[in-house]
Design a protein around this ligand. Structure first.
Ligand code: PLP
Length: 409
């Protein structure tokens, strides 16, 4: 039984008050809050086991290394990753995307090659490919978004051909909430000998995953969006691909032997983990994964799907509102615009009621242009949000509309 009121007790920050009001935190797509279990894991590491990993043989180093490597196994199993050797810790999704674009893209792309992305990519899966394209002469192509916020898969089939070397796609749009058919795109990529990269920043926290079934070659996500600490995320890559790639960053731990004029590389995954890693954060991510597994990803997803549907239906009742994204097959996130109120003003007014939402371009400026707007307001839900909080949001949005409408009518 999923008891959201009990679950909320694990998150100390949810007790906070913003002025007179209880905090209603609806900016989970930007970052999630952290349960006591994750905070305790961080404290315990620093209080009892803190040491640098892999190199030293003293007791603390052995304990820290064991906890760090246990986290790798936990995260790999959480994602359904076929092989934990391909699980590389990064600072987050952005660094993971850059890793692929640099270490694979710069070595493998040639003039005339194409990288196919979508119109809805987060900048972190667009800008690294722009840089790789500039360096190699490759070209970027974009799968368009239909009016309802879903991907135009017919156009995808027309765009992808022998010149395609990589398809990169957000699993879930951070603006529209659309769940994209990344398994179909992976099949399409493989049918022409291309690779498939999935940006899972907005799926891994919410949807039960099985990377083996998704069939992608690379998958990235961020710990801080899935009740874990900031400064830690992962790239999972098919080990055969990672073996062939150049290193991304050079320095300690990624080497096997170093000579004045050349070096050789460590085994996977260490080849891609240069320098002192975010050790405590990786251990915190392991605790986050334990926490999510304890609640059960199926139950979390069921809760969020219901909440998302409820929010989508409720907010659409506000007069004059435009809500973006598809009606079905979406996650717990609503992006919207009121004709009378700029999204920034709206989020400021809501803040006065203790309600935290996001407004802006959500790091997806090409998508904003496609939608014909400069910004939207976005409320994004997570495992601890409630229907009552959705009602408070909708009530506050309605009051803002009435207040600003009185000046503009
Ligand atoms: N991709 C998507 C879809 C996102 O929503 C985000 C963050 O908002 C990112 C990538 C970047 O994540 P990070 O800033 O943790 O690297």
């Amino acid at each position: 039984m999923y008891d959201v009121n009990e679950i909320r007790k694990d998150f100390p920050i949810l007790e906070r008050r913003i002025g007179e009001r209880r905090l209603i935190y609806l900016d989970n797509a930007a970052t999630s809050q952290k349960p006591r279990q994750v905070l305790d894991a961080l404290d315990e590491h620093y209080e009892a086991h803190n040491a640098n990993i892999h190199r030293a043989v003293h007791r603390l180093a052995e304990e820290a290394t064991a906890a760090y490597e246990a986290s790798r196994e936990k995260v790999a199993s959480f994602l359904g990753a076929p092989d934990a050797r391909g699980l590389i810790f990064t600072r987050g999704t952005t660094e993971a995307m850059n890793l692929v674009a640099y270490a694979w893209g710069r070595r493998s792309l040639r003039e005339g090659d194409e990288v196919v992305l979508t119109e809805a990519e987060h900048h972190s899966n667009l800008v690294p490919w722009q840089l790789a394209a500039q360096a190699t002469g490759a070209r970027l192509r974009f799968i368009p978004i239909r009016e309802d916020g879903t991907l135009d898969m017919e156009e995808a089939e027309r765009l992808v051909g022998p010149q395609t070397k990589m398809i990169g796609c957000i699993h879930v749009s951070n603006v529209l909430g659309t769940i994209n058919p990344v398994d179909e795109l992976a099949e399409l990529a493989h049918s022409v000998g291309a690779l498939m990269l999935v940006d899972g920043a907005q799926s891994a926290p919410h949807i039960p995953l099985d990377l083996a079934a998704l069939g992608c070659d690379f998958f990235a996500c961020s710990g801080h969006k899935m009740v874990g600490p900031t400064g830690i995320g992962v790239l999972w890559g098919r080990p055969e691909m990672l073996e062939e790639m150049d290193p991304f960053l050079g320095g300690g731990e990624m080497i096997r032997e170093v000579y004045p004029d050349h070096s050789t590389w460590n085994d996977l995954p260490y080849k891609f983990e240069a320098g002192t890693m975010s050790i405590a954060q990786a251990i915190g991510l392991g605790a986050a994964v334990d926490y999510l597994n304890g609640l059960g990803m199926e139950s979390i997803w069921e809760h969020e799907r219901r909440l998302g549907e409820y929010a989508y239906e409720k907010i659409r009742e506000v007069e004059g509102i435009t809500v973006y994204g598809p009606e079905k097959n979406r996650t717990g996130l609503v992006s919207f615009i009121l004709p009378e109120v700029h999204p920034h003003d709206l989020s400021q007014i809501l803040d006065q009621e203790g309600i935290a939402i996001r407004s802006g371009h959500h790091c997806a400026q090409p998508l904003m242009r496609r939608l014909g707007v400069t910004a939207t307001a976005r409320a994004s839900f997570y495992l601890y949000n409630t229907e009552e909080e959705v009602d408070m949001l909708v009530g506050a949005v309605e009051r803002s509309r009435e207040f600003f409408g009185a000046f503009t009518s």
